[in-house]
Design a protein. Structure first.
Length: 170
């Protein structure tokens, strides 16, 4: 995934766009959830506006809303950005969707306990190497980025370490 070095040499930014397979699964789940209102309300061929249909309307509305959200998330995507900012001495993790939903987490450099590189074997294709950080206030290791080779992951880790020590980006 792309590593961007800012022009002021005080930030490292890792962009992680939503993978095409995840998008496909979200779109498929959205289409499947959108089929429930059709099966509950339209297909039976009975009058819709009667008290006995109220539970089906509630289930159909909830399924339709969930399906619409999944479909939009799959179409519009989500980008995760991990930023190391030396000026603010902060690690920021942002999730931004073009559909207006986003989240942000901030951690001080002092909260970062260690970095690690994990080799993930895949059934098809070469292995990938995941650089992650163990942070004191996080629920688990924070994935920083995924690399095709171990050397790229080590270089990225060295750049982060140099930035955190105040040496800037080399």
């Amino acid at each position: 995934m792309p590593l961007v070095e800012s022009s002021d040499r005080e930030k490292l930014i890792f962009h992680q766009p939503l993978h095409w397979l995840a998008r496909t699964l979200l779109i498929g789940g959205g289409v499947l959830a959108l089929s429930a209102p059709h099966e509950l309300l339209i297909r039976p061929g009975i009058p819709l506006f009667q008290w006995g249909m109220l539970p089906f309307w509630l289930i159909g509305a909830a399924a339709g809303l969930l399906g619409a959200v999944l479909l939009l998330a799959g179409i519009l995507g989500l980008t995760r950005t991990v930023t190391f900012d030396a000026d603010k001495r902060m690690l920021r993790v942002d999730g931004n969707g073009s559909f207006g939903i986003g989240w942000s987490e901030r951690y001080a450099f002092a909260d970062i306990l260690e970095f690690g590189i994990v080799k993930q074997e895949r059934s098809e294709g070469p292995p990938r190497f995941v650089l992650h950080a163990v942070v004191a206030r996080a629920q688990g290791p924070l994935e920083i980025d995924t690399f095709a080779s171990e050397h790229e992951a080590i270089v990225a880790e060295e750049k982060i370490q140099a930035l955190m020590l105040g040496d800037g980006i080399s």
